[in-house]
Design a protein around this ligand. Structure first.
Ligand code: HEC
Length: 395
């Protein structure tokens, strides 16, 4: 079987699995945050005497549910205790697999942008992997340093670090790779939280209880600190993961600031929901989040183009541009990639005319193409493509 086709299948399966495991992880996590914030003190004295601090009644799928949360722990641990951990681990594993199949195995196409930095594919991969490791080390040290201190201070410092990371990555890698790596960096820290702190902390607590001892509070506090962070980081990470569909975000000259604005708005909106579960409705947070998104939208809006002079171009006038800048990838037998990406073929005047709208969208409006501008299209050439489109994309 053709290796390019095989790789397509590998990415299809990984992406599918990544979505499914991600939904399972984030879904369970959203559910528990909602549950925790929605509990009410039990009215039944028997529950109170058992040590239940909060309970909830819910109906779902035709069944009635009555989860109860113990203030400390139940007097006797049940024989079977469910642990939520594989959702997080498998999301990370499929994510790394997808990152490898898409970006690391095709680094020349997806990670390098000669206009940003003249890196070799190996250097770009090194920077990508390095960012994931560094991101965890810095985050973990910040958590240790600020354990038990103001979490607002933590948020400010971590956000400053992420802004610096966004700035650095967008000045080293292609915009698209920079955004997805920032997301992978945060998501790696979230998964590592589960693996290195949350689950081990819970394990120590359970073991102490099985021995009949009172567990030290610090293990619970640490797990709580990390899980609160994971909760606030969910929406920002999810934006990074879908950002590759929105080239106007990562091709902006100040793409790092665009990214920071969107990340912050995600955390603010999440804060609103966390408070709302507790019965506090604080509109200032989502309002600030939406205002930020609006600012980003204004900053990324395409600027009006100067009307070109001279006779309106026809397809024969722009064909040389397409041949020089696009056909290395978008042809029946491309030279830069194994097969025509997204099935888009631009190797004959008829095919160019048939794709007029998409060419305009990708190469003029979004400037997403040529991918990583590997073929070095110029601003004048983009203006020619725009003039052809605006004059009706005549054959
Ligand atoms: C280095 C290889 C490369 C070059 C050169 C290149 N492209 Fe692409 N193009 C890609 C890849 C890879 C994709 C798939 C993007 C994705 O998966 O999101 C793509 C996708 C597209 C799409 C489909 C986008 C969509 O989501 O519908 C269009 C249209 C397109 N390119 C047009 C162009 C035009 C016009 C040029 C020249 C100005 C060009 N490309 C140059 C690699 C390239």
């Amino acid at each position: 079987m053709d290796s390019a086709f095989l790789l397509e299948w590998v990415t299809l399966l990984l992406r599918w699995a990544h979505l499914i495991t991600g939904i399972a992880w984030i879904g369970a996590s959203f559910y528990f945050v909602w549950l925790d914030n929605s509990l009410s003190p039990p009215t039944d004295p028997e529950l109170v005497s058992k040590g239940v601090g909060g309970e909830l009644w819910a109906v779902h799928g035709g069944g009635f549910y009555n989860p109860q949360k113990y203030l400390l722990a139940p007097p006797r641990l049940p024989a079977h205790l469910h642990w939520f951990k594989w959702e997080a681990y498998s999301t990370w594993l499929t994510g790394i697999g997808l990152l490898t199949a898409l970006y690391y195995l095709q680094a020349a196409t997806y990670m390098v942008d000669p206009a940003v930095a003249g890196l070799s594919p190996a250097q770009a991969v090194g920077i990508g992997v390095g960012a994931l490791v560094l991101g965890w080390v810095v985050y973990d040290q910040l958590c240790r340093l600020l354990m038990g201190r103001s979490q607002l201070l933590f948020a400010a410092l971590y956000f400053a670090f992420l802004a610096l990371a966004a700035w650095s990555l967008t000045h080293l890698l292609s915009g698209r790779a920079a955004f997805v790596h920032l997301g992978a960096m945060i998501a790696t820290a979230m998964s590592a939280n589960v693996y290195f702190w949350i689950i081990p902390g819970q394990r120590i607590i359970v073991q102490a209880m099985r021995r009949g001892e009172v567990p030290e509070a610090i293990h619970g506090l640490r797990a709580k600190q990390r899980s609160v962070h994971n909760n606030y980081l969910t929406l920002p990470v999810l934006f990074c993961m879908i950002s590759n569909h929105y080239a106007f975000t990562y091709t902006h000259p100040q793409a790092w600031a665009v990214l920071c604005g969107i990340l912050l708005s995600g955390a603010l909106i999440r804060h609103f929901f966390n408070l709302r579960h507790k019965g506090i409705v604080a509109w200032q947070y989502p309002s600030a989040g939406v205002a930020l998104l609006l600012l980003v939208a204004i900053a990324t809006a395409p600027t009006a183009r100067q009307a070109g002079r001279g006779p309106a171009p026809r397809v024969a006038d722009i064909e040389p541009i397409i041949r020089a800048r696009c056909v290395a990838c978008h042809a029946a037998s491309p030279t830069l990639v194994p097969s025509a990406p997204a099935g888009v073929l631009l190797d004959t005047p008829e095919r160019i005319a048939a794709q007029a709208e998409r060419i305009h969208q990708q190469a003029v409006v979004l400037k997403a193409m040529p991918m990583g501008n590997l073929t070095g299209i110029t601003a004048e050439e983009r203006a020619r493509l725009a003039a052809w489109h605006d004059a009706g994309a005549r054959p």
